[in-house]
Design a protein. Structure first.
Lengths: 266, 414
């Protein structure tokens, strides 16, 4: 069976648009609410990235940090995250889910046990922010055996030789970090420049899907729509924070935001 | 797991940066891979370059003022009535602490790589103060990340940084201490690695930073070795080197040149921060058996919960208030080359009182932890045992805390 992640790219391509990937933090602001958010956005998002909150996130900007700290404060544990995925999959079993987090959480859980749990709950892919290539080679192989995509991150600082090596070892999906920034930074390079770099990566192996993330908002998303997929994370986390501050319902507000994002890439 | 002889410990890491196969490494975002690799190439070249070493030594001598004193604490020795207690007064160094060695080397490297800005983290404020001094000296723009809690409790050093023209960025996330400052500094570097150099303030972080810092602070033991031979004619038969351990930069530097000696002749004792006597929180991952985890790019023993969230620490000394520990010390612990123990806040304060009562020496709260254990163990040791405590920081920065905890006379009397 085709990994639902690949299926989502096929569908988006048929509809002549990039896949829309959303990122929300598991347990933000509560277990129940984060599940409800996933359910409410799944009709518009093609792939759901779910953040595994960590309290020392060295690559995240303030929006995602705020979401992660809020989730941890409200008691989220790794086991709850698998439960959220499992419950979500009961609601929409074909929607691909990617867990994104830091390696220490997997390391403490145990790599094999973590992957088994991924299989049992229906996780389709993993992004581990601080486990770069070649350090991730063994773990990526383990993922492959479990039919889970290990998604490699590529950055503007990644050299051409390194890009080639990483892509050679990579699974069908890769993630291009648009600029030198933590998550949620202001887009400091032009979308044109980002697409130029993206094309360079695509040329190395056109078959591998490449999504672009970091700094994408409703204002910038339409200028990047020639990519295979686009990830919006911090803008959503910010919307949750804003809703909570104004005592509004984050579920409806996030759902509206994702609908709007989707309309911009059609 | 074994330590190799005749090879500097900093060079005993594997190709991927692991000591003993499991401590250290480079658990970093992809964006930092290239800048870290560039720094590795530069450092590996320069650390054996005679011209570069001469340049380093020139600044160490003329600007930092090495060698720092090695003195016998006669009165304290008499009072304790056991081993001879000596001190290596590293706080003599320009700026008042050992952090100046690492800061200077990082600025020299930054200059070589053409970077205009240098960013750094700080806990007690010494790493930040020294980096701001060195940055000013070498004409670099300087940005220091410091936890909001530490900014409040280490004001003299904050003032010094600002006076040196550095921008001090308060960090409000998490526990608002060193751990959060290091994270925020790494985030800044992720976003600015094309124009900025990063200085990690201790022997922590991705492997190359552990190595650079260890290489820099080893100046301490190079001097001590000469000073011991001058004083005793040879390295004493019973030598014990006590040092506080937070991230582990001063202790590693204090021990490095003695690594190949048998531990029966030359024992290393690392003293971690045990925190308040009545609190369960501490900053002593080695003493209290914390599990291996990943923090700030390296695998190490680290205070964490079963899920892998890093736990908050507590210590009276901002410089030791860190949940992790250098991979070098994890390696020294597991190979049993060094012994680690902890002193509580109260023990450190008592030691500070005792040292300042008997000697013209004013160790900051960090080395006061080492003095606490050195004094209590010295009582039971023979007179021919030479105990050396690294007084790696000066207490000027702690005057606010000391006045509050011990009263005005302990601040004024010195």
């Amino acid at each position: 069976m085709l990994n639902p992640i690949s299926a989502a790219f096929v569908k988006a391509k048929q509809e002549k648009r990039p896949a829309l990937l959303t990122y929300t933090v598991a347990g933000d602001s509560s277990k129940k609410q984060s599940l409800n958010i996933l359910k409410s956005i799944s009709k518009n998002a093609d792939i759901l990235e779910i953040g595994v909150p960590h309290n020392t996130p060295v690559a995240d900007g303030s929006q995602i940090q705020t979401s992660a700290y809020r989730a941890i404060k409200n008691g989220i544990k790794v086991k709850d995250i698998f439960k959220i995925v499992k419950d979500f999959k009961k609601f929409d079993k074909n929607k691909p889910v990617i867990l994104m987090g830091y390696y220490n959480m997997i390391f403490q859980y145990g790599e094999n046990k973590f992957l088994n749990k991924c299989n049992l709950s229906g996780v389709n892919g993993l992004i581990v922010v601080d486990l770069p290539w070649p350090e991730n080679k063994d773990f990526a192989k383990k993922c492959k055996k479990k039919s889970i995509y290990f998604i490699q991150l590529l950055s503007p600082t990644t050299t051409k030789i390194r890009l080639k090596k990483i892509i050679k070892d990579s699974h069908p999906m890769n993630y291009f970090i648009s600029m030198l920034s933590t998550t949620g930074g202001k887009l400091k390079v032009s979308p044109k420049e980002i697409i130029k770099n993206y094309i360079k990566i695509k040329k190395i192996n056109p078959k591998k899907k490449v999504v672009i993330g970091f700094g994408i908002t409703e204002k910038t998303i339409d200028k990047l729509k020639s990519a295979d997929g686009l990830v919006v994370g911090s803008a959503i986390c910010k919307e949750i924070s804003r809703s909570l501050k104004h005592r509004q319902n984050p579920v409806t507000n996030v759902s509206k935001l994702v609908t709007k994002l989707k309309s911009k890439i059609l | 797991m074994k330590i190799k002889k005749k090879i500097p410990l900093i060079d005993q890491a594997s190709k991927l940066g692991f000591w003993g196969g499991k401590f250290g490494g480079n658990y970093v975002p992809e964006t930092l891979k290239k800048p870290i690799e560039d720094l590795e190439v530069l450092f590996n070249k320069l650390k054996n370059d005679k011209k570069f070493i001469a340049e380093r030594d020139k600044y160490f001598k003329n600007w930092i003022g090495v060698p720092t004193r090695f003195i016998k604490l006669e009165n304290l020795t008499k009072h304790v009535g056991g081993a001879q207690i000596w001190s290596k007064v590293v706080s003599d160094a320009n700026g008042g602490a050992h952090k100046v060695y690492n800061a200077t080397v990082h600025c020299l490297l930054a200059k070589r790589s053409g970077k205009k800005v240098i960013c750094g983290d700080t806990g007690a404020g010494y790493a930040g103060k020294m980096l701001s001094m060195a940055a000013k000296k070498f004409g670099l723009k300087c940005k220091i990340f410091m936890g909001a809690k530490d900014i409040a409790r280490q004001q003299p050093n904050v003032k010094a940084m600002k006076k040196n023209g550095a921008e001090v960025v308060p960090v409000y996330s998490g526990s608002k201490t060193l751990v959060d400052a290091v994270s925020e500094c790494m985030r800044f570097w992720v976003a600015n690695c094309d124009t900025s150099a990063m200085c990690v303030g201790s022997t922590v972080g991705p492997a190359v930073f552990v190595r650079i810092c260890g290489w820099s602070t080893s100046q301490i033991s190079r001097e001590l070795k000469v000073q011991l031979i001058d004083e005793f004619g040879s390295i004493p038969k019973k030598l014990k080197l006590y040092n506080c351990v937070g991230g582990g930069s001063s202790s590693f530097g204090f021990w490095n040149e003695f690594m190949d000696y048998d531990k029966k002749q030359c024992e290393f004792i690392g003293v971690e921060a045990g925190g308040p006597a009545k609190s369960k929180k501490h900053a002593a991952p080695l003493t209290y058996g914390s599990k291996i985890g990943i923090l700030h790019g390296a695998a190490q023993y680290v205070n964490q919960n079963s899920d892998g969230q890093i736990e908050e620490t507590e210590s009276i000394s901002a410089g030791l208030d860190y949940p992790g520990i250098s991979p070098l010390h994890c390696f020294l612990k597991d190979t049993k080359r060094a012994r680690y123990t902890a002193a509580s806040d109260e023990q450190a304060l008592e030691a500070y009182k005792l040292v300042t009562r008997f000697e013209k020496l004013r160790p900051s709260l960090e080395p006061s932890h080492a003095f606490a254990i050195a004094i209590s163990e010295s009582k039971k040791l023979s007179k021919d045992t030479v105990v050396v405590v690294n007084s790696c920081g000066d207490a000027y920065k702690d005057r606010g805390i000391l006045e509050k905890r011990l009263g005005k006379k302990y601040v004024k009397s010195n």
